[in-house]
Design a protein around this ligand. Structure first.
Ligand code: UAG
Ligand code: ATP
Ligand code: API
Ligand code: MG
Length: 471
């Protein structure tokens, strides 16, 4: 059904659009008034109506005068449903990925695998909206519901039939990715992050599980990286709802990873599937990239891909921007890698990925973001202090916080680390100390193009800065 008109006033009125920010309301808009982390959207209802809103989705107790009040206990959910009716149709095959780490990598790999199988595919997430032809940056991992639905509908109009999107925990708890049928949903892993927003690990997990308990279609497929300790929770939900389950990993039923041999430019995977043993040369390094590749393969199998084509596709995967990306090789032969690790678990995974390739030392430059979970800072320091040979603590998007204080909280977990606040100077110091056989890892910013200080975004690209050091 297409939502075209709204009744409740004197006569039906034509709906022209949806907005959750009163500054984006035009005549004919349906406005969603949500209580947020900073302000209460209900305070902007009069301004939205003055700007032409014809209906307002808000809690029953909100005051709506001069427009239709669509009252709902959970206005975000009700708004998402209505907006989806307005923006439909969507591509027939949409899949979602949640988990603390690996969402961006997995959706990008799914997009690539689908494309290799001849589909018109796109991915949406931290890197923006990516199609075969272009990448448009949106700013958030999961954009707001209006941007999300209009983007997905726009892709359908362009002929895209397959979309893989990231469902962040923030996005799931704020209903930013609702309303379209999700044919398959994947879980990568759960570890510490975002507790500033969710409070504790149990609530953080609950937010992620909503993808499986509510968002995944009744006849959808749950794809699970089974080696994560929280995988059982996802599988329980799938069993209760009667969803088909695809499990991947060392304990996987569908794709069982029985061997992983690092090679110079990638790794040889041995996978048991459909009663046979398959060898795949994955052109990406690190256990974590193998995990994401298998999860992506699970999603492709869930949406009609054959085993043969999907496993063959893994051997042709292109690297994901900013994820163990080799930025440069220094004149003395030491490589410099850029990775988006910004949690303790991710740092451990990135360091473990590079360790087999380092004949000498592993030198790690890292920091923690401001206005984000401060409880992850010391554990990030601990991981690097324990796993790397040289640790350099620097700044990574201090935002509105005091950068020196963030560094001190990281250093609390890595007391012997070197502190160099200026990120460019820190990267230069790491490159200067690298000897032949060493590896430099610059963690935290990956693909990011700026350093956020206060409300300014100062241009900054780890890859470019590393190249400057080499030249
Ligand atoms: C904490 C958080 O997630 N905030 C997001 C959330 O804001 P909120 O609902 O709490 O909004 P609010 O600012 O309190 O305002 C409440 C309501 O009033 C409306 N409003 C507000 C002001 C005004 O003048 N007029 C008006 O109508 C707002 O549009 C909103 O609907 O909804 C907004 C619109 O969707 C987001 O822009 C905003 O993201 C902020 C900027 C943010 O930094 N979010 C980060 C933490 C985030 O979401 N990150 C995850 C990544 C996680 C990961 O991948 O690891 C992501 O998915 O991107
Ligand atoms: N499966 C995994 N297991 C452990 N660590 C991982 C895994 N996948 C990725 N990582 C680490 O997390 C970093 C971010 O990866 P990616 O961007 O794919 O995750 P994400 O879930 O999209 O992150 P974000 O929440 O910021 O959007 C990588 O650079 C790597 O260090
Ligand atoms: N999606 C993550 C990205 C963190 C990247 C890191 N560079 C930082 O700023 O902490 C977040 O918003 O928490
Ligand atoms: Mg991401």
């Amino acid at each position: 059904m297409k939502l075209g008109t709204i009744t409740g006033g004197d006569e039906p009125q034509t709906v022209t659009g949806f907005a959750i920010d009163h500054r984006k309301v035009a005549p004919g808009t349906i406005f969603g008034a949500f209580d947020g982390a900073r302000v209460n959207g209900e305070d902007f209802i009069p301004a939205a109506i003055a700007a032409g809103a014809i209906a307002v989705v808000a809690r029953p107790e909100a005051v709506v005068e001069g427009a239709v009040h669509i009252a709902a206990r959970d206005p975000r959910e009700a708004f998402a449903r209505a907006a989806a009716q307005f923006f439909a149709p969507f591509p027939p095959t949409c899949v979602a990925v949640t988990g603390t780490n690996g969402k961006t990598s997995t959706v990008e790999m799914v997009r690539q695998l689908w494309r290799m199988q001849g589909h018109h595919a796109a991915s949406i997430g931290t890197l923006g909206v990516t199609t075969a032809d272009e990448r448009v940056v949106t700013g958030l991992t999961t954009p707001d519901i209006v941007t999300f639905l209009s983007n997905v509908a726009g892709l359908a109009r362009e002929g895209v039939t397959h979309v893989a999107f990231e469902a962040s925990s923030h996005g799931l708890s704020q209903y930013r990715t609702e309303g379209l049928p999700v044919r398959a949903a994947a879980f990568t892993n759960l570890s510490r992050d975002h507790l500033d927003y969710h409070g504790d690990m149990a609530s953080y997990l609950t937010a992620k599980l909503r993808l499986f308990s509510e968002v995944l279609a009744d006849d959808g497929v749950a794809v699970v990286w089974i080696d994560d300790p929280h995988a059982d929770r996802v599988m329980d939900l799938a069993r209760v709802r009667g969803n088909r389950l695809i499990t991947v990993g060392e304990h996987g039923e569908t794709l069982r990873l029985v061997g992983r041999e690092p090679s110079l430019l990638g790794q040889a995977l041995t996978i048991e599937a459909e009663g046979a043993t398959h060898k795949v040369q994955l052109p990406l390094i690190g256990a974590y990239q193998a995990a994401n590749a298998l999860t992506a393969a699970g999603l492709v199998l869930a949406t009609g891909g054959t085993l043969a084509a999907t496993l063959a596709g893994l051997a042709r995967l292109q690297p994901v921007r900013g994820r163990l990306e080799r930025a440069v090789i220094l004149p003395n032969g030491a490589p410099v890698y850029v990775d988006y690790a910004h949690t303790p678990d991710a740092l451990e995974a990135a360091i473990a990925a590079l360790r087999p390739h380092a004949e000498g030392r592993l030198i790690v430059v890292f920091g923690a973001g401001g206005d984000r979970d401060n409880g992850k800072r010391a554990p990030m320091g601990e991981v690097v202090a324990a796993q790397a040979d040289v640790a350099i603590v620097t700044d990574d998007n201090p935002r509105t916080e005091d950068a020196a204080q963030i560094r001190a909280q990281v250093l609390a977990g890595a007391p012997s680390a070197t502190e160099i606040g200026d990120r460019r100077a820190a990267i230069r110091a790491a490159c200067d100390m690298a000897q032949p056989g060493d590896i430099v890892l610059i963690a935290g910013k990956g693909h990011e193009q700026g350093q956020i200080v206060g409300d300014m975004i100062l241009p900054f690209d780890d890859v470019q800065v590393a190249r400057d050091c080499a030249g």
